[in-house]
Design a protein around this ligand. Structure first.
Ligand code: PEP
Ligand code: CO
Length: 442
């Protein structure tokens, strides 16, 4: 058995119950022959940038849908998401004066861990929706039956999305001279859009000055953008793991970065084992019950050579817990000499159900967890290295609060997520402005 298959003898949490293993094997064989979605060299480049984050020299902006859908892989959708991410990145770069590493939760974020294996509606019990990579969202027995051919669709949908993302970020759309254009459909109708417009005017002035001085660097015309997803369905990520011809080392070429979720980070589990074998930059989500010993054991197993940029801890404590739980974790990991980047997921510890039955989040809780994250790191002298968020470029009403003052009664107006509630574009920009303020106030 190759090292890359050592995980197969261990318990893999949250895997689908595929009705027909022989179908799965056919799919896996086909995936194994398909071209990589990303190159190992690009993964190394991201690892270098994350090393800068671990050293305190850069800031990560990682975000996208909770669950991408096949139907959602449209040009409008991908462009709106990228546009929002670029706007947030500009706010952070300009207002906080920090280089921003841009990573999408895109082009592969098709599988979801679930707290319950089944869902009951009106007395009918069916398998839970586990993401488009596994089964359908529609509540029927046919749709909810895990179908391994969906792994192949996930690959192709990722390829389409990544192709668009590369075109948008390299083909002129991400050019800094477009800072106003990204905001055009937004400026008048939203407080965040107006605030952004002011900043874009200042950037224009700065660019005009630079050009007058004869400086027009390539960095102003294209953007480095990376893909990431939770590598949950191990058969998929294993099938897309290839040995890099330059170095002879294995990389999961389905995304630049992959992470392990809060529910699958067992030290003796299959996910941690698989991740220990691939060379991509990786993340691990850490919830409020994580002990410092667990975090240190994850460091030992996943980054034994203590390579900066290899391991990112994505903490998701909840606004009411972060100030209590994060300090010891950061303190002990730092004291061990481990080189990790710390980033804050202010979404997953702050989810609740509104009386209408909608899963939602309050922007104020999200902002409070981010503020707590900065407070803790500032107090310890460590680097608050970034944020990991669920957002969309569309004007959905899934989270409450923000400049547009979305209230609980508005949730039904435009609630479209296939899983967790996402910040809409205005709320995302509100968050970016707040993070920039926190970053500046050292
Ligand atoms: C997620 O990122 O969508 C998720 C399920 O997060 P966590 O593993 O932190 O619960
Ligand atoms: Co989520």
């Amino acid at each position: 058995m190759s090292n890359l298959d050592s995980w197969r003898t261990m318990t893999a949490a949250q895997q689908p119950d595929w009705p027909d293993r022989s179908e799965l094997e056919k799919v896996v064989a086909e995936l194994g022959g398909l071209p990589p979605l990303v190159f190992a060299g690009e993964c190394d480049q991201l690892k270098d940038q994350l090393a800068a984050v671990a050293r305190g020299e850069a800031f990560v902006l990682q975000g996208g849908d909770c669950a991408e859908t096949f139907a959602g892989a449209t040009a409008d959708n991908v462009r709106n998401k990228l546009k929002t991410l670029l706007q947030m990145a500009i706010v952070l770069t300009y207002a906080a004066k920090v280089p921003v590493v841009k990573i999408g939760r895109v082009a592969g974020q098709f599988a979801k861990p679930r707290s319950k294996g089944t869902e009951v509606r009106d007395g009918v019990e069916l398998p839970a929706y586990r993401g488009d990579m596994v089964n359908g969202f529609e509540f029927t027995p046919e749709s909810r039956r895990p179908d391994p051919w969906r792994l192949l669709r996930a690959y192709h949908s990722s390829a389409v999305t990544l192709n668009l993302a590369r075109a948008f970020t390299k083909g002129g759309y991400a050019d800094l001279r477009q800072v106003h254009a990204w905001n055009q459909d937004f400026v008048a109708e939203s407080p965040a859009g107006r605030r952004y417009e002011q900043l874009a005017r200042e950037i224009d002035q700065a660019l005009a000055f630079m050009r007058a001085c004869g400086a027009d660097p390539e960095e102003f015309h294209t953007v480095e953008f990376y893909s990431s997803h939770e590598a949950l369905i191990l058969d998929y990520d294993r099938a897309l793991t290839r040995v890099d011809s330059r170095t002879g080392l294995p990389y999961d070429v389905s995304a630049h970065m992959v992470w392990i979720g809060e529910r699958t980070r067992q030290l003796d589990g299959a996910h941690v084992e698989f991740f220990s074998r691939i060379r991509n930059p990786i993340g691990v989500k850490l919830g409020p019950t994580t002990s410092p010993e667990e975090a240190l054991a994850l460091v030992d197993k996943l980054n034994p050579d203590n390579e900066a940029g290899r391991l990112t801890f994505i903490t998701r404590m909840g606004a009411s817990k972060i100030r209590q739980h994060l300090p010891t974790l950061v303190e002990k990991v730092t004291a061990s000499g481990a080189k990790v980047a710390w980033i804050c997921d202010p979404m997953h510890g702050n989810t609740w159900e509104a009386p209408s039955g909608h899963k939602t989040r309050r922007l104020d809780d999200v902002l409070d967890e981010v503020a707590g994250f900065f407070e803790v790191h500032r107090a310890l002298g460590t680097h608050p290295g970034g944020i990991h968020i669920e957002f969309t470029g569309d004007d959905v009403t899934e989270c409450v609060g923000g400049g547009q003052e979305i209230v609980e009664g508005d949730l039904a107006l435009r609630y479209e997520t296939a899983c967790d509630p996402r910040l809409n574009r205005g709320q995302s920009l509100d968050l970016a402005f707040r993070v920039a303020e926190l970053y500046r106030s050292v």
